[in-house]
Ligand binder design. Structure first.
Ligand code: SF4
Length: 349
């Protein structure tokens, strides 16, 4: 906290006492850098200044505003919880750590942040920054992603918290981790804790904190069919329990490897359409890549001309190509559309 007094890291949600705005900022900042999250916070707090405003918004609007931020389950939970607070709790935000934990999408970290910042309840936030600072400073080698590690760090963090100023304490340690005791280049040479810091004295900066598991990534191959049917194209909503749930996409054929156009024709859902209507291939895009936490996606967009106006089988939505921007897409599709405005509107040609 002494260190924090000399620091300024202004953010629009700092010092705010409204639990709704704190919750909004914390959900946006999960798995997102501050610089990236800031414009989203501004947009959401402007469009939905109160929890009721968010609750009454159509889901497609919420997803559209969230577009580009990734980890879309956060947006769905945000909307669900806003409706729950508005309808079931008469718009009154839960006012302590335990009650906050009952909200969908609110884990211990977010509950601690809201409880300490809005209500000054002395519960410590334990995020990636806090794990790093504590493990380095105290020389704790218990893996931070193990159950034992989680308990140990949580207990230590709750012993350390300033019970009279928990909000200031939590903000200080988070900022310290984010700007000073950073993962790659911590500023040890000018650090006020240098004399008592285990990692600095033992030259253990690179080995702390310890992680147990290495993430195994799944590789996926997405083939999107950008269908040109005069002024129209087709979209579908991702409703399965998978990434990008409730976002829209061009009709998708997922394959086990990279494929050629000929191979697509024999894909189960599509044999009928390809055999009956023999669509003409107009172009194949470059490979668009997106790296997610657990998967790497390679996407190819196949633009085809199809004269048929009614597609049976999966639920496809026929839409005017120029209206496409009103739908919320995953980032990879958004990038393709931006690269190829030709698919958006014939008028834009
Ligand atoms: S001395 Fe280095 S490792 Fe230790 S707390 Fe300071 S910045 Fe972090």
């Amino acid at each position: 906290m002494t260190w924090h007094k000399g620091q300024t890291r202004p953010m629009p949600w700092k010092g705010v006492k409204d639990p709704y705005l704190i919750w909004l900022s914390e959900i946006i900042l999960q798995q997102t850098r501050v610089e990236q999250g800031m414009p989203y916070f501004m947009a959401f707090s402007k469009k939905y200044p109160k929890v009721e405003d968010l609750a009454h918004a159509p889901e497609d609007d919420v997803m559209k505003l969230w577009q580009g931020l990734g980890y879309y389950s956060r947006a769905r939970n945000l909307h669900f919880t806003a409706k729950y607070i508005t309808n079931e709790l008469n718009g009154v935000f839960p006012d302590n750590f335990e009650k906050l934990l009952n909200l969908k999408g609110v884990g211990e970290y977010t509950a601690a942040a809201i409880a300490s910042f809005a209500y000054e309840e002395p519960v410590a936030v334990v995020d990636g920054n806090v794990y790093r600072v504590l493990s380095r400073y105290f020389g704790i080698k218990t893996p931070i992603d193990s159950l034992k590690g989680k308990k140990e760090f949580k207990s230590l963090a709750n012993q350390l918290i300033d019970r009279k100023q928990p909000d200031k304490y939590n903000q200080a340690i988070m900022d310290f981790g984010a700007t000073w005791c950073t993962p790659k280049l911590p500023r040890c040479e000018n650090c006020i804790m240098q004399d008592t810091c285990y990692a600095y004295k033992k030259e253990a900066l690179d080995t702390l904190p310890v992680k147990e598991k290495k993430l195994k990534k799944r590789k996926r191959y997405f083939n999107f069919l950008v269908i040109q049917n005069e002024e129209k194209t087709y979209l579908e909503k991702r409703t399965n329990k998978d990434i990008w749930q409730n976002l829209y996409q061009f009709p998708l054929i997922e394959t086990k490897t990279e494929v050629e156009y000929e191979n697509l024709k024999s894909e189960e859902d599509w044999t009928d359409i390809f055999n009956k209507f023999n669509p003409k291939l107009l172009s194949k895009s470059k490979v668009y890549k997106q790296v997610l936490t657990h998967q790497n996606i390679d996407a190819v967009f196949w633009t085809i001309e199809l004269k048929q106006t009614k597609l049976s089988g999966r639920k496809f939505l026929s839409t005017n190509a120029k209206d496409i921007n009103s739908y919320a897409f995953p980032k990879i599709i958004d990038c393709f559309i931006k690269d190829n405005p030709i698919y958006l509107s014939h008028e834009q040609n």
